[in-house]
Write a protein that binds this ligand. Structure first.
Ligand SMILES: Nc1nc2c(c(=O)[nH]1)N[C@H]1C(S)=C(S)[C@@H](COP(=O)(O)OP(=O)(O)OC[C@H]3O[C@@H](n4cnc5c(=O)[nH]c(N)nc54)[C@H](O)[C@@H]3O)O[C@H]1N2
Ligand SMILES: Nc1nc2c(c(=O)[nH]1)N[C@H]1C(S)=C(S)[C@@H](COP(=O)(O)OP(=O)(O)OC[C@H]3O[C@@H](n4cnc5c(=O)[nH]c(N)nc54)[C@H](O)[C@@H]3O)O[C@H]1N2
Ligand SMILES: [Mo]
Length: 757
C-alpha cells in the first residue's frame, strides 16, 4: 500500500503495467495455455465473441486486442481449467459451503453437471436434465403462475432473453425482474419520463466530436476500461473532462495505454480529468443546480452585451417546464448549494466555465447517480443541465449512462420487463395466439417483498447471484428456503445456490466464449451494448463439460415441460436454430430489428435507433421536460451525529459478486476487502484508530438490526460524513425499503449506518 497524507492510495496511472500484471495474475492461477490468448484476441471483434464483462461498445475500428484487464479476467474466469464436479458436492454439505467466502465458492471452477438439492443429505446430488425439467414443469404447473418469479442477470443473449420472457407470459405472469432493477432502472424510468427514451442518446462517434465530457459517479478505470482509450483520444484533441466523485478514482485521473508500446516503455501518462471535484455522496443535485445557477448568471451577462449562453431556440421549440425550473434555480442560495454538495461555490463555477465554453457536451454517469433514494432527481436534473444549451439530440452531445452487464440493456429491449406497458403484448398475442397477462409484474424489490411475505412460491434465476446482490440479506436468506421451488442456471457456484427451496435445481450452462452446437449446427447469439448497437457473438472454445447445455436449451426445456403444446410455439425448432428466434424478434420489433439475421455481423454492430437522439420526444408533453427537483440531496435521510453515508464500492478485482481476488490496485487496497474507508479527520472525530477492527450497523430508523463485523478502519481520501465499504460484503446493511422512490433501485450509494468499536 502506498501512503500519502496518511491515507491509503495508489500513485500509478490506470492501465499501464499494473493492468498487465492484473491479467497475468489470473493467467497464472487460472489458465496457462496459448489457446486462451487466441480466444482473447477474438474478443469484441466482428466474427469473434462479445465480452462477458461490461456493456461498453465493440467498435468497428478495433484495437489489436480489443479487451481490457477486466474483460480478460472475465474471459479467463470463464475459461478456467478448474471444475466444480458432483464429487465436490459429495464432499461438502450446503451448510458448510455457506461459511465460505464468495471468492472461494467461484474459485471451484465451472459447474459441470445438473444437480438436485437433497434436503435429507443437505447436499447437491447429480441428476439428469430430463428429470430436472420434468420436476420443474410439474412444480410450476402446481402453483398459481402469479406466484412465480423469473429473474435475469443481464448476460443472457437476446435470443434466450426473448424466449425467457415469452415463457413467463405464456405461463401467465410478468414477474420478470432483472439485474437492471438494481442498476440503471433509475435511468430507464427517469430518461423515459423526461426525454421519452429509456436509454442513452450518445454513440461512440460522439466522443470524437465533443468539447467537454462531464462525469458523475461512474468509475471508468475499473468498470469500463476500454472507454479509457476514447477518453484519452478526446483529451488529446483538446476535449475537457470534469469529474464529480467522492473518491479520486485513478482511471479518471491518469491513464497509460497498455496497447501502446511507447507509452508502456516511457510510462507517459495522459491526464484524464482537468478538474476533479470530491462531491459528498448524494450531493450531485446540488452540484447540478449550482452549475445551472452559474450558467444562468453567465447568460444574463451575455445578454446584457447582446449575446447569449443558453440555446433559447432549442428551449423554446423542444422543451417544456423551463420557466418553473429557472425560477427554482434563481431562488436557490449558494449557501444551500455548498452545504448539500460539500463543495465551495468556486469549484462549481470553475466547472460551470467548462460547460459554458463548450459547444458540445456529453454527460456520463453511473451508479453514483442511480443508486440513491432520489436517483430519479439526480438523472432528471442532469438532463436539465444538458438541455440548457441544447446538448441532447445532436452530434458530439448527449446523455450517456454507462450500462453494466454485457446484455442488460438488450434484455429489456426484447421483453424482459415487469412493466407490461413497455412490451408489445398485442404483437405477442397475434404471433403466438394467446392472451398475455396485462397486470404489472414484480421488480427486484417487489419480488423480495413477496418472498419475505411468503407469497412467492417459485424463483428461477437465469444467471446472477440474486441473494448476494440484493439488500436485506439476513431476512432474505431466512425467507428464501420457505419457497417451494428454486432453480439457478449458472456457470459457477455462488452464495445464491446455497439457499434452496423445498425442491431445488442447479443447472450448469455454456459460457459465451464456448461453442454452442445444436441440431442446426453451430449457433450465433446476439447482445446489445450501452450505445444500443447489436452485435453477433460466436463462441469457439470447447465447452467446460459435455453435460452443459446452452441457456436457450435450458429455458426451452423448462418451458416445454411446463406449458401445454401450441402450434405457434416450437421450442425444439428454436433451440435447433437461433436464427428462427431472431426472426421472431424482428417480427415483434420490426422498427428496431429490420433484417436482423442479415445484419448480425455489421462491424461495430447495427444501431437500433433512439428517438431522443433525433429530437423526437416521446414524453407526456411531446417535449423534453425540465423538472424541478424536490430536494438538493439525493441521499434521502436526515443527517445526525454518528450517522454516516455508506458508499458501497466495486473494486478493480471483482465483477459484481464475482471476486477475482483481493487487490484493489487502483485504490491501493491490497490483500483484504474487509475494510471501512474513512478520512483521517473523520477517524479522529469518531474516536477510532487506523487499523482498528469495527462493526457497521444499520441506522435505518425501522428497528431492524443489521450488522457487518470485522472491518478494519482504513484511512482514505473521502469527504466528511461519507465512508466506504465493498459490495457485496456490505449488503446485509441495506434495508429493503431503502431505494429510489420512482424506480425502486436499491440506494446502495448512501446507506445510513453507524460505527461500533
Ligand atoms: N471490473 C468490473 N467491471 C464492471 C462491474 C464490476 O463489478 N467490475 N460491474 C458492471 C456493472 S453490472 C455495472 S452496473 C457497472 C458499474 O459501474 P459504475 O457505474 O462505475 O459503478 P460503481 O463502481 O458502483 O460506482 C461508480 C462510482 O460512483 C461513485 N459514487 C458513489 N456515490 C456517489 C455519489 O453520490 N455521487 C457521485 N457523483 N459519485 C458517487 C463511486 O466513488 C464510484 O467511483 O460496471 C460494470 N462493469
Ligand atoms: N450494495 C450494492 N449492491 C449492488 C450493487 C452495488 O453497487 N452495491 N450493484 C448492483 C448491480 S449494478 C447489479 S447489476 C447487481 C448484480 O447482480 P447479479 O447480476 O445477480 O450478480 P452477478 O454477480 O453479476 O452474478 C454472478 C454469477 O453469474 C453467473 N454467471 C456468470 N456468467 C454466466 C453466464 O454466462 N450464464 C449464466 N446463466 N450465469 C452466469 C455465475 O454463476 C456468477 O456466480 O448487483 C447489484 N447490487
Ligand atoms: Mo449493474
Amino acid at each position: 500500500m502506498a501512503k500519502d497524507d496518511a491515507t491509503v492510495s495508489y500513485d500509478g496511472p490506470a492501465g499501464g503495467w499494473g493492468s498487465v500484471r492484473g491479467i497475468a495474475s489470473i493467467f497464472g492461477k487460472e489458465w496457462a495455455t496459448p489457446a486462451a490468448l487466441e480466444t482473447l484476441a477474438q474478443q469484441n471483434k466482428p466474427g469473434g465473441f462479445a465480452c462477458v464483462s461490461c456493456a461498453w461498445t465493440k467498435p468497428a475500428h478495433y484495437h489489436p486486442f480489443e479487451f481490457c484487464e477486466n474483460g480478460a479476467k472475465a474471459t479467463l474466469w470463464e475459461l478456467t481449467s478448474r471444475r466444480c464436479t458432483p464429487d465436490f458436492f459429495a464432499r461438502h454439505t450446503v451448510k458448510e459451503l455457506r461459511t465460505w467466502r464468495d471468492h472461494d465458492l467461484e474459485q471451484q471452477g465451472r459447474l459441470t453437471h445438473p444437480m438436485r438439492y437433497d434436503p435429507a443429505l443437505d447436499r447437491y446430488v447429480p441428476c439428469t436434465w430430463e428429470e430436472a425439467f420434468a420436476a420443474i414443469g410439474a412444480e410450476l404447473k402446481a402453483i398459481d403462475p402469479k406466484t412465480a418469479v423469473f429473474y435475469a442477470s443481464g448476460r443472457a443473449s437476446l435470443e434466450t432473453s426473448y424466449c425467457y420472457a415469452l415463457f413467463a407470459r405464456l405461463y401467465g405472469h410478468n414477474n420478470l425482474p432483472d439485474s437492471s432493477n438494481m442498476c440503471h432502472e433509475t435511468t430507464s424510468v427517469a430518461l423515459k419520463s423526461v426525454i421519452g427514451a429509456p436509454v442513452g442518446t450518445v454513440v461512440l462517434e460522439d466522443f470524437s466530436k465533443c468539447d467537454a465530457i462531464f462525469f458523475f459517479g461512474q468509475n471508468t478505470g475499473s468498470n469500463s476500461p476500454r472507454f479509457l482509450h476514447d477518453l484519452q483520444d478526446a483529451v488529446r484533441r483538446g476535449c475537457r473532462i470534469v469529474t464529480f466523485n467522492p473518491i479520486r478514482e485513478k482511471g479518471l485521473l491518469a491513464f497509460v495505454n497498455p496497447q501502446n508500446p511507447s507509452e508502456m516503455l516511457t510510462g507517459r501518462e495522459t491526464q484524464i480529468s482537468c478538474q476533479y471535484h470530491q462531491v459528498k455522496a448524494g450531493g450531485d443535485i446540488a452540484v447540478m443546480m449550482g452549475l445551472c445557477k452559474y450558467i444562468l448568471a453567465q447568460d444574463d451577462e451575455a445578454r446584457a452585451r447582446g449575446g447569449h449562453v443558453l440555446d433559447r431556440d432549442f428551449i423554446e421549440q423542444h422543451t417544456a417546464g423551463f420557466e418553473a425550473f429557472e425560477a427554482q434555480v434563481r431562488a436557490l442560495s449558494w449557501q444551500e448549494i455548498e452545504l448539500a454538495s460539500g463543495l465551495p461555490r468556486s469549484s462549481i463555477e470553475e466547472a460551470g466555465q467548462v460547460y459554458v465554453q463548450a459547444k458540445s457536451v456529453i454527460g456520463i454517469y453511473g451508479m453514483g447517480l442511480t443508486q440513491h433514494v432520489h436517483g430519479f432527481e439526480n438523472v432528471a436534473t442532469y438532463v436539465n443541465l444538458l438541455l440548457l444549451k441544447g446538448n441532447i439530440g445532436r452530434e458530439g452531445a448527449g446523455i450517456s449512462p454507462i450500462r453494466g452487464h454485457s446484455n442488460v440493456q438488450g434484455q429489456r429491449t426484447v421483453g424482459i420487463s415487469e412493466k407490461p406497458e413497455l412490451v408489445p403484448l398485442d404483437k405477442l398475442a397475434e404471433l403466438f395466439g394467446f392472451d398475455p397477462p396485462r397486470d404489472k409484474g414484480m421488480n427486484t424489490v417487489e419480488a423480495c417483498e413477496g418472498i419475505l411475505a411468503g407469497q412467492v412460491r417459485a424463483f428461477i434465476g437465469l444467471g446472477g447471484n440474486f441473494l448476494r446482490a440484493i439488500p436485506e440479506q439476513a431476512l432474505m436468506e431466512a425467507a428464501w428456503t420457505k419457497m417451494r421451488l428454486t432453480v439457478q442456471i449458472a456457470t459457477k457456484l455462488n452464495r445464491s445456490h446455497l439457499f434452496n427451496g423445498e425442491v431445488a435445481y442447479l443447472l450448469p450452462c455454456l459460457g459465451r466464449s464456448e461453442q454452442d452446437v445444436q441440431t442446426g449446427g453451430p449457433q450465433v447469439v446476439t447482445i446489445e451494448d450501452t450505445f444500443s448497437r447489436i452485435h453477433g457473438s460466436v463462441g469457439r472454445r470447447q465447452p467446460a463439460s459435455g453435460e452443459l447445455r446452452s441457456e436457450m436449451a435450458i429455458v426451452a426445456g423448462m418451458a416445454k415441460a411446463t406449458l401445454d403444446p401450441r402450434p405457434t410455439v416450437d421450442w425444439d425448432a428454436w433451440v435447433g436454430n437461433y436464427g428462427l428466434v431472431r426472426d421472431l424478434i424482428e417480427q415483434t420489433y420490426p422498427d428496431m430489428f429490420t433484417d436482423f439475421n442479415q445484419r448480425l455481423f455489421t462491424p461495430g454492430g447495427f444501431y437500433r435507433g433512439n428517438s431522443a437522439r433525433e429530437r423526437i420526444w416521446k414524453t407526456k408533453s411531446g417535449k423534453a421536460e425540465f423538472t424541478t427537483p424536490k430536494t438538493l440531496s439525493a441521499h434521502g435521510f436526515k443527517d445526525a451525529s454518528g450517522r454516516y453515508r455508506l458508499i458501497t464500492l466495486r473494486s478493480n478485482d471483482q465483477f459484481n459478486t464475482t471476486i477475482y481476488g483481493y487487490s484493489d490496485r487502483l485504490r491501493g487496497i491490497e490483500g483484504t476487502r474487509d475494510v471501512v474507508l474513512m478520512n483521517p479527520d473523520e477517524i479522529r472525530r469518531a474516536g477510532l484508530e487506523p487499523g482498528q477492527v469495527v462493526a457497521l450497523t444499520s441506522d435505518a430508523d425501522d428497528g431492524v438490526e443489521r450488522e457487518v463485523r470485522g472491518l478494519v478502519v482504513t484511512p482514505f481520501d473521502l469527504p466528511d460524513g461519507c465512508i466506504g465499504a465493498y459490495y457485496p460484503e456490505a449488503n446485509p446493511l441495506i434495508a429493503l425499503s431503502h431505494h429510489d422512490e420512482m424506480s425502486k433501485t436499491p440506494a446502495a450509494k448512501a446507506v445510513p449506518v453507524r460505527i461500533r468499536a
